[in-house]
Write a protein that binds this ligand. Structure first.
Ligand SMILES: Nc1ncnc2c1ncn2[C@@H]1O[C@H](COP(=O)(O)OP(=O)(O)OP(=O)(O)O)[C@@H](O)[C@H]1O
Ligand SMILES: [Mg+2]
Length: 488
């Protein structure tokens, strides 16, 4: 136990931060300071602290930072520092994931006591995490089966293949439940107590995806200071789920094919082959056959993956399941939000039965969630009747349905009219922010890798040099705006 516990201090008050850093260094912690929330998120990943002391004011930036930190590393402890002593504030901070709260100016003795408590709690957390993980596996990803013949077939196939090591390709439109199926296969297999590692092949640029999947040796490229294990090694003994496999770059497809054939690969910059025992599950919502025809997906890999294929039908082809899902999600979210809304009326259900559901189960789930929160059935009916998908990014595959007269003439719901939107940004907004954040992180990682050679970075990111410069400018402006916002 000679490795020091790492603590990150986030405070734009440099003097305070330095003072706390010096104090904690004397307590034998390894300390790093970040002077803004943006910087904090960056440093957090590489420094990987066990504890963060973060000064917040509960504006949007602080709120996001707290949530992001816990998302990136659920086991991290967060102690919030603030000039505010408002109980409402403390309550809000704790809801956002803060483990403890200290008012500024910070009393060092009090700090020692609180850190001791938080660290105790953390040890306990790690002990129960494994247990909780097991329970979560069973509850979070429960798969509900309706009664349609097509889903019965899906169920039978899952039962047949789950406890084998066969590679399974799960296909279906967006939101049909591909991931749910993959997790069910995993949890029903004898590997159910081993790791389940998910990789979204579309979310990571391909040069990074390679190191993500296969890991690298120290010195493999600039910035590779120490060895890093890839997802395949993390999944050893368990299951890897390659989501959106159609987006994998052909160069990587070759390497994946090799792993599927021989269960071995080498880390980037590594000389020796590494053997792994990993069950591979993959998912796609794109027609892979067409990708093969177009030459962007290797045919041999397609056949390797296609040993067992599960097609999940879109919701509109199993409409009889709609009432079952409605009831299921209504119960789930009523409990979750502690509310008791009435079951949808006949008229609403009839509208749902004729709606196209371009976003499939996910769209239906979101609709129920909104209904539970807002409790306004008329609004739901309006949305369905005008065929406006609830999430605007479902694409254009909405088949047109006979126009339904709208007998419920409620005015459109104003944003913020009931306060709900303030707590909960729209899904569109959440998606936009997540996309921006993912883009920013990818750009920063590539720039670090190329030592800020922007031309080279643009190449890796497969965008034009000019487009990268524009993005950097936009990022800089965003950072400035954020800083201003933080000050004000
Ligand atoms: N049979 C089911 N039982 C319970 N929940 C389901 C079922 N099918 C889908 N869902 C829910 O619908 C949502 C979408 O499911 P999932 O993420 O598995 O879809 P997907 O096909 O992977 O979508 P995408 O292509 O967009 O990634 C999730 O919240 C999931 O819990
Ligand atoms: Mg998915």
């Amino acid at each position: 136990m000679n490795q020091k516990a790492r603590v990150l201090i986030v405070d734009d008050d440099v003097v305070m931060a330095k003072y706390l850093a010096a104090h904690l260094s004397r307590r034998n912690f390894e300390v790093t300071v970040a002077s803004s929330h943006q910087e904090a998120l960056r440093v957090f990943r590489s420094f990987d602290p066990v504890l963060v002391l973060v000064e917040v004011s509960l504006d949007e930036a602080s709120t996001e930072t707290l949530q992001r930190l816990k998302q990136i590393k659920p086991g991290v402890s967060l102690i919030v520092l603030s000039a505010s002593k408002d109980p409402e504030f403390i309550f809000k901070a704790s809801k956002l994931g803060a483990d403890d709260y200290l008012s500024k100016p910070v009393d060092p003795n009090e700090l020692d006591v609180r850190i001791g408590k938080v660290m105790d709690h953390q040890r306990h957390y790690h002990e129960v995490t494994q247990l909780r993980e097991q329970v979560r596996r069973q509850s979070d990803f429960t798969m509900l089966f309706g009664t349609s013949p097509k889903m019965m077939e899906v169920k039978t196939t899952i039962e047949q293949v789950a406890d084998t090591t066969a590679t399974v390709l799960v296909r279906g439109e967006s939101g049909t439940g591909k991931e749910v199926v993959a997790r069910m296969i995993y949890s029903e297999s004898s590997r159910g107590d081993k790791p389940f590692v998910k990789v979204n092949c579309a979310a990571i640029p391909h040069e990074l995806l390679e190191s993500e999947l296969f890991g690298y040796e120290a010195g493999a490229f600039t910035g590779a200071n120490r060895q890093k294990l890839g997802k395949f090694e993390q999944a050893n003994g368990g299951t890897i789920f390659l989501d959106e496999i159609s987006e994998m770059h052909p160069a990587l497809q070759a390497k994946l094919l090799h792993v599927l054939q021989d269960r071995e690969f080498s880390r980037l910059g590594g000389k020796r082959d590494i053997q792994v025992d990993v069950r591979v599950l993959a998912a796609t919502n794109k027609p892979l056959e067409r990708a093969v025809e177009e030459g962007v997906f290797r045919e041999d890999l397609f056949y390797r993956l296609n040993v067992v294929t599960i097609h999940i039908p879109p919701l509109r082809e199993r409409r009889e399941e709609i009432p079952v899902f409605l009831k299921y999600f209504l119960e789930k979210y009523s409990e979750h939000y502690g509310k008791k809304p009435a079951m949808f009326g006949e008229y609403a259900i009839a509208r749902m039965m004729e709606y196209a559901w371009p976003g499939n189960i996910r769209e239906l789930e979101n609709l129920v969630k909104r209904y539970v929160i807002v409790g306004n059935e008329a609004q739901i009916i309006r949305e369905l009747s005008t065929h406006k998908p609830i999430v605007a990014s479902f694409g254009s595959s909405v088949p047109s349905l006979p126009a339904t007269a709208d007998p419920v003439s409620t005015p459109p719901v104003q944003a913020g009219s009931n306060g709900v939107e303030m707590e909960m940004p729209s899904l569109l907004e959440i998606g936009r922010r997540a996309a921006m954040q993912a883009e920013r992180e990818a750009i920063e990682r590539v720039l670090a890798q190329t030592r800020w050679n922007r031309r080279q970075a643009a190449k890796i990111l497969k965008i034009s040099y000019k487009a990268l410069l524009n993005k950097l400018k936009a990022m800089e402006e965003q950072t400035k705006a954020q800083a201003k916002h933080d000050e004000g």
